[in-house]
Design a protein around this ligand. Structure first.
Ligand SMILES: Cc1cc2nc3c(=O)[nH]c(=O)nc-3n(C[C@H](O)[C@H](O)[C@H](O)COP(=O)(O)O)c2cc1C
Ligand code: SF4
Length: 430
């Protein structure tokens, strides 16, 4: 029987238990202290017993492609080699560690971040196809700024090779798994999505891109286990006709397992970068915090536009209300169709729920935002089968990141509760 504390195999790797830290931006960048910041962000989860730690998305090219401020780039072998200090530290605690590889494509900061766009006017967005009409309309209204470069067939192979090269550097630096940022509207998602992908070459079948990335990873990183998020676009508004249904996603997963992907993380969301992937409350505290107002205005092109984005955020929080384990049903369907491990994340908070999901909907269970609130959360979840994460999915941690602020819990009541638990010894381990 699959229990939280029992090991699981992914490819040739044995992960010591079934609890993982889902990819969550560390906002460490590439500056002098970047690797130390990564260690500070990730080591507590390892020390607290997480079986697998997924570092947040890192960008495979040296220019463009960052979806948010502070993302780490992994195109430079010297920088990635220094991450050996991180992987060694996490291995010392018995954890395994995945690096997530990403390129933002049409979701990159050069599309949506006004100040960054002004500072980098020459940057074009890598595009699978011409941006779809609703996004072009947002460009005309001034909310987005497109100067897309649609990739030729040869350039798609070059991009796949960049993913492979970065995977090779990561494997040399001791990462145990390569994780593709295949969802959340980055360029891998854009290949898979019929909303974005209207190509008439071989990559018109988006799975072909993941096939090419798989081959490039194998060429550079050998048999290091490879996993990817796989999107379903079920949360998209009904007016978006061309999108990935649950059935499409199950079929994509079946094909990826046949290609040689060692594990899959099915996640449902929309075709836009909205709150469908971080369901929860409207982060009123974050929007009204005076210290971030100037940063919001810089990011969104003025106070009025920032106010409109906040309004849209409020509407999304009604539309995408918190739903416990919102990807469980999708994961269960994928698990019935493939024989590789399926990882489930999104709104999972209670140990009792985790125990019910394991062996039914999935083989491993992950959490993201709860790790901002409780970096040592695994200590509680592994020790107590009645434990629950204290994170209340309010999203106050997420919005300030557009200003370059670090990813930390920003809700006093939650932090007070964490302090109380710490005093009571809840994170102490034998
Ligand atoms: C601030 C923030 C940053 C995130 N960064 C990433 C990322 O880098 N890569 C990724 O695949 N998902 C990312 N996610 C999505 C999470 O991995 C996770 O799927 C989502 O937050 C739902 O899980 P949760 O309810 O446990 O937070 C991020 C989510 C948040 C809130
Ligand atoms: S601010 Fe804290 S409580 Fe709110 S979602 Fe983020 S981590 Fe959870």
């Amino acid at each position: 029987m699959a229990r939280l504390s029992s090991p699981v195999r992914i490819g040739d790797l044995t992960v010591p238990n079934r609890l993982y830290r889902a990819p969550l931006l560390e906002c460490a960048g590439n500056g002098d202290g970047a690797v130390d910041d990564l260690i500070d962000a990730l080591e507590p989860a390892a020390a607290a017993g997480a079986g697998l730690i997924c570092q947040g998305a890192t960008v495979v090219r040296g220019e463009g492609g960052c979806a948010a401020p502070g993302m780490t780039r992994v195109h430079d072998p010297a920088f990635v080699a220094d991450c050996t200090r991180l992987t060694d530290r996490l291995h010392d605690h018995g954890s395994t560690v995945a690096i997530q590889l990403e390129h933002g494509g049409l979701r990159s900061m050069e599309t949506w971040h006004a100040e960054y766009r002004r500072a980098n006017p020459e940057l074009q967005q890598l595009a699978v196809s011409r941006p779809p009409p609703p996004l072009r309309a947002l460009d005309r209204l001034g909310f987005l700024s497109y100067d897309p470069h649609v990739l030729s067939t040869a350039e798609v192979y070059d991009l796949a090779a960049d993913f492979g090269r970065a995977a090779g550097y990561a494997a040399d630096a001791g990462y145990d798994l390569i994780h593709l940022a295949g969802a959340n509207m980055g360029i891998v998602h854009q290949f898979l999505s019929p909303f974005y992908n209207r190509r008439d070459d071989e990559f018109g079948d988006g799975v072909r891109f993941l096939d090419a990335v798989h081959d490039a990873v194998r060429a550079h990183a050998g048999d290091v286990p490879l996993l990817t998020k796989v999107p379903a676009e079920t949360a998209a508004p009904p007016v978006v006709r061309r999108r990935l249904s649950r059935e499409d996603t199950v079929d994509v997963c079946r094909r990826l397992a046949d290609i040689g992907y060692d594990a899959l993380v099915p996640v449902s969301g929309s075709v836009f970068w909205d709150m469908s992937i971080v369901r929860g409350a409207y982060p009123a505290r974050a929007w009204h915090d005076e210290q971030f107002r100037a940063g919001y205005a810089a990011a969104f092109g003025g106070r009025l536009r920032a106010g409109l984005v906040a309004l849209a955020n409020r509407a999304e929080s009604w539309w995408y209300d918190f739903d416990p384990a919102w990807n469980a049903d999708l994961c269960r369907r994928v698990r019935d169709a493939v024989s590789v491990p399926v990882l489930c994340e999104g709104g999972i908070r209670d140990r009792s729920h985790i125990d019910a999901l394991l062996g039914d909907a999935c083989d491993m269970v992950g959490m993201a935002r709860p790790f901002y609130a409780e970096p040592e959360l695994p200590a509680r979840l592994l020790a107590d089968d009645r434990a629950s994460a204290v994170c209340d999915s309010c999203n106050n941690c997420a919005v300030p990141q557009v200003t370059g602020a670090p990813g930390v819990c920003r809700t006093p009541a939650v932090l007070d509760e964490v302090g109380r638990l710490r005093k009571a010894g809840a994170y102490d381990r034998d």
